[in-house]
Write a protein that binds this ligand. Structure first.
Ligand code: PLP
Length: 388
């Protein structure tokens, strides 16, 4: 049989991380000790009380059948309560929220609900790659919004041409931002609401990193801003907040019609999250904030090793106020990719080249804080030794 891929997957951009993986394996085969600061995946374990709840909920046979597509009401109520407690935002759990199989699932599916072939989607560059892939899978066309350092890594909305604003149906945003670490201001979100309502564009804000912040500077929710509920939704995830990336649970809250559209897609193609995982999610959302504060303190200590360490050897690093990433300038003698290769081959350090997140990421490199502080200090020492 002649198995031929659809144009949809044939036309995907080359998998950037393949080259890095190959280089990593080659270096590992030589016996070199690898410090992996590539993938953004917490190295800390899920807090014990969440695991306890999962194991008791897994024994309950009422959880063994198909879960509801849109999520258990009790989980969605816990999300609404958490939004109230954390952001002072009121959410109607029945009409304004859905449980997601991780926020990636909702982000991946949302264009299917609103994008017809040829419709434009505004996508940040650099950005989480799922925004553009999900757009093209739905037949939409990506219009990239460059995030530039002089603009604080916010898109310049006024620079988007009028005809693009007319054709655009949806916009993705993500603050605290992966990969640049930038944090949104209330003023920026207010401009987004004004822009989106003027042009009738659905805003999909990805708030996966709202709880990973430092120096007690708490990021805000898009839903806190006046008018946000009229124009958009916010994705949230338990993955980064509670070290639950493997569990696959998140949520989306906000505009009732957008939630209904995404819910319709989900009803037709998936079967929701294992109820025992949703029950464990309730425990996480209702837990004392201390469990998240403990993780934050660990990341902050690590940031306080890596950022000043890189600065001390002459690397220009954007200050990390939130997320568990460090976003740095690539010296002019390198490209993003050549610096990433240099670091793996000479120092055994895995980092992600900025162009992996879009063209505007060229000239940058991302490292994660998902390794013990001793390893981060070791990484700085190795870079100092090899020189860049
Ligand atoms: C990690 C991440 C997500 C996805 O998290 P899930 O595990 O699918 O909930 C979404 N957006 C960004 C920007 C991320 O970095």
């Amino acid at each position: 049989m002649n198995v031929e891929w659809s144009d949809r997957i044939k036309n995907l951009p080359p998998y950037l991380f393949a080259a890095i993986d190959a280089a990593k394996q080659a270096v590992q085969a030589k016996g070199m000790d690898i410090i992996d600061l590539g993938v953004g995946d917490p190295d800390l374990p899920t807090p014990g009380l969440i695991i306890e709840r999962l194991s008791s909920a897994a024994r309950d046979s009422k959880n063994h059948q198909y879960p509801s597509y849109i999520g258990m009401l009790s989980f969605r109520e816990a999300v609404a309560k958490w939004y109230k407690r954390r952001f002072s935002v009121s959410i109607d759990p029945r009409r304004e929220s859905l449980t997601l199989i991780g926020s990636k699932e909702g982000i991946g599916h949302v264009p299917l609900a609103f994008i017809n072939p040829g419709d434009l989607v505004l996508v940040p560059d650099p950005g989480y790659p799922v925004y553009s892939v999900a757009t093209t899978f739905a037949g939409g066309v990506v219009y990239t919004m460059p995030l530039k350092r002089p603009n604080g890594f916010f898109p310049d909305l006024e620079a988007i041409p009028a005809d693009v604003c007319t054709r655009a149906k949806l916009m993705f945003l993500n603050y605290p931002n992966n990969p640049t670490t930038a944090v949104a201001t209330r003023e920026f979100f207010a401009r987004v609401v004004e822009f989106a309502s003027r042009h009738n564009i659905i805003v999909c804000h990805d708030n996966a990193y709202s709880e990973i912040y430092f120096d007690d500077r708490r990021p805000i929710s898009f839903m806190e801003v006046d008018g946000a509920r009229e124009v958009g939704v916010e994705f949230h995830s338990l993955s980064k907040t509670f070290n639950m990336t493997g569990w696959r649970i998140g949520s989306v809250v906000g505009n009732e019609s957008v939630i209904a559209g995404l819910g319709k897609v989900k009803t037709n193609i998936d079967s929701g999250v294992f109820q025992a995982v949703q029950e464990a999610g309730i425990t996480a959302l209702e837990a004392d904030d201390q469990i998240v504060a403990d993780a934050r303190a660990i990341y902050q200590e690590r940031r306080n090793v890596l950022v000043p360490g890189l600065k001390s050897i002459g690397i220009d690093v954007y200050p990390t106020d939130a997320t568990f990433y460090v976003w740095m300038d690539v010296p002019s003698s390198f490209t993003s990719a050549s610096l990433a290769s240099h670091l793996i081959e000479k120092a055994g350090i895995v980092a992600t080249p900025g162009n992996g997140f879009g063209n505007a990421g060229e000239g940058y490199l991302r490292m994660t804080l998902c390794a013990p502080k001793e390893r981060l200090a070791e990484a700085v020492d190795r870079i100092k030794t090899i020189g860049i």
